[in-house]
Design a protein around this ligand. Sequence first.
Ligand SMILES: [Ca+2]
Ligand SMILES: [Ca+2]
Length: 154
Amino acid sequence: MNTSILILFVAISPGIIQVAIAGCCPDGWMPHKSRCYYVGYETKLTFSAAMVYCHVRGAQLVQFESYGEYSFLRNLLKKTQASDAWIGLSDQKHEGIWQWIGSKGFATFSDWAPNEPNSANGGEDCVGFFASEDYKWNDFSCTDKLIPVCEKSS
Ligand SMILES: [Ca+2]
Ligand SMILES: [Ca+2]
């Protein structure tokens, strides 16, 4: 192999490796539009513990970039009859302003359950799928224990 061919090979090989990895989710993760999702069905955690749960898996609590992404997950939780599940959205910083934990951006749409968010019992700042209200959104107390829904890139 002469020098120029060797250099070319070294230059393109990282690209080949990336192509091989892209589009794959780890075992047990659900693929959807080049993202991977994991529902911790057996693990009920506070909001901050759920954040850690996702972080140690190289992920974060789910963030909805689109209504389609939300619908996909809502349908998944419905189908599997999951219990209440955390979304990476809260108004802990500014009451009534719902902000994503991951990007710090603001929610661009919502699908609150009837009479929610109600900030019940002196304050509820963390959002989750509300199983008893057709998996629409509820503001829960951040210390409530819900199952985590994690998301990462594929
Ligand atoms: Ca997302
Ligand atoms: Ca509520």
